[in-house]
Design a protein around this ligand. Structure first.
Ligand SMILES: Nc1ncnc2c1ncn2[C@@H]1O[C@H](COP(=O)(O)OP(=O)(O)OP(=O)(O)O)[C@@H](O)[C@H]1O
Ligand SMILES: [Mg+2]
Length: 255
């Protein structure tokens, strides 16, 4: 754990209204560098909308987002991504006709941009291959580098998507249900992976997830959203014990 300095991410009163629906309704949240925070809540709680606000895909109706001391509220996605916030999507977002390696190379090319022009084409290609393969190896996809992305299993596609996110060298990674649709075994693999990445990279992770056991195994801290608001936050034990949280998940309290 890092020392408690100023938070990497500081969200105040963040809101997004769609007509009469308050999808995100005054969220306050601080995230410290290197923390892994799980964002949970029932369907429609506002998790994806919250990510859309952080990543610049949507403009907030109110409130502010400060990242690394800089007010990034309402900035466009490319600026926010350049400052170091990168997100994965709930639906996979890869080029199926390209190989796994080429998919990562596309992201790396966007990152390195002009710097690559100082190299010969061959040297640049070689450097990109090496970097892409190192990333794929980190995610356990090394053997699939030359496979067409479209032919990968669903679980491997989601891992590739995380490789693409990491290729942009983010400081804050937003993972929106990275294990959705995965088999239990694939899910365990992703949990182990995120834990490893949290330990071995400088990245801070915000992760949404429906499976509570996955969350409890992964997060330093859990934030529960309900109807666009923070209903509870705390350690796994605190969240497990919370009656409010159980009620939000189960709907009505037990008869
Ligand atoms: N573009 C939109 N236009 C109108 N309403 C929207 C839009 N996006 C989300 N909403 C509404 O905002 C609320 C929050 O949705 P959101 O997708 O953020 O929830 P979520 O927590 O990610 O849910 P899930 O667990 O199902 O992914 C819902 O009531 C949803 O219908
Ligand atoms: Mg969602």
């Amino acid at each position: 754990m890092s020392a408690r300095g100023s938070p990497l991410l500081s969200v105040r009163g963040l809101s997004k209204h769609f007509g009469g629906v308050a999808a995100v309704d005054g969220i306050d949240l601080d995230v410290q560098a290197r923390e892994t925070v799980a964002l949970i809540g029932p369907n429609g709680a506002g998790k994806t909308t919250f990510y859309n606000l952080l990543s610049g895909r949507m403009q907030p109706t109110g409130g502010s987002v400060v990242f690394d001391g800089r007010d990034v509220t309402g900035r466009p996605p490319h600026e926010i991504s350049r400052l170091g916030i990168s997100r994965s999507f709930q639906i996979t977002n890869i080029f199926p006709e390209l190989s796994a390696r080429e998919n990562v190379e596309v992201a790396l090319t966007a990152l390195h941009g002009k710097a690559l022009r100082f190299f010969s084409r061959a040297a640049a290609d070689h450097a990109l291959h090496e970097e892409a393969d190192a990333l794929l190896g980190q995610l356990g996809l090394g053997a699939l580098a030359t496979s067409r992305a479209g032919t990968l299993s669903y679980g491997d596609k989601r891992l590739l998507e995380i490789a693409i996110v990491l290729a942009t060298r983010p400081r804050l990674v937003l993972l929106d249900e990275p294990t959705a649709g995965m088999t239990p075994e694939e899910t365990r693999g992703v949990v182990a992976l995120v834990r490893r990445l949290a330990g071995s990279t400088q990245c801070t992770f915000l992760i949404t997830e429906h499976d509570m056991e996955v969350v409890f195994g992964l997060a330093d801290r859990i934030v529960v959203l309900h109807r666009g608001r923070v209903l509870a936050h705390g350690s796994a034990d605190e969240i497990r014990a919370s009656r409010e949280v159980r009620e939000a998940y189960l709907g009505e309290p037990d008869d």
